[in-house]
Structures are given as structure tokens and as C-alpha cells.
Ligand binder design. Structure first.
Ligand code: FES
Length: 87
């Protein structure tokens, strides 16, 4: 599991193994844009402020993945114990 921090909202939640960031945010009443929920459309792209994403999407290029600057929150997780997002 890891902690997702919503910097602008000033909130943080635990994301258990096997759950997605998007599921946890929606369960907690945080509205996020999405479409495919499978990592292919790019709608849920979110800016990463701090931490290292574990990319599972099929949208980002290798260069974008390596930059650690964006994440598809419908499917990707974190390698770091905290992931700070621009939400
Ligand atoms: Fe389509 Fe996340 S909702 S990539």
C-alpha cells in the first residue's frame, strides 16, 4: 500500500494493494475525470508533485514515464510510500 496526498485539497488517503488511486478517491467523494478506466484514453492524467509512480497505463511515452511528472490514476500506483498529486 501507499499514501496518496492531494496537495491542493489538503487530504491524504491510504491506497491498499489491489486498489487503484481512482477507486480510493471516488470512495472518499473526490471527483476525478475519467473515461476508459483501463489506462488507454489519457483522460485521468494527473500531475505528480512528489514521489515515484508505478506506471501501468498504455498512454505515456517512455520519456514521460521516466520524468515522474504525470500519472494515469485509473490504473497506475506508486513505487514510493507517498505520492503527492496536483489535485
Ligand atoms: Fe482512461 Fe485513465 S481513465 S487512462
Amino acid at each position: 500500500s501507499f499514501t496518496v496526498v492531494l496537495k491542493r485539497k489538503g487530504k491524504e488517503f491510504e491506497v491498499p494493494a489491489g486498489r487503484t488511486i481512482m477507486e480510493v478517491l471516488q470512495e472518499n467523494g473526490v471527483r476525478v475525470a475519467y473515461s476508459c478506466r483501463e489506462g488507454v484514453c489519457g483522460t485521468c492524467e494527473t500531475r505528480v508533485i512528489e514521489g515515484e509512480p508505478d506506471h501501468k497505463d498504455k498512454v505515456l511515452s517512455e520519456r514521460e514515464r521516466a520524468s515522474n511528472k504525470v500519472i494515469m490514476i485509473c490504473c497506475s500506483g506508486a513505487r514510493s510510500s507517498r505520492l503527492v498529486l496536483d489535485i
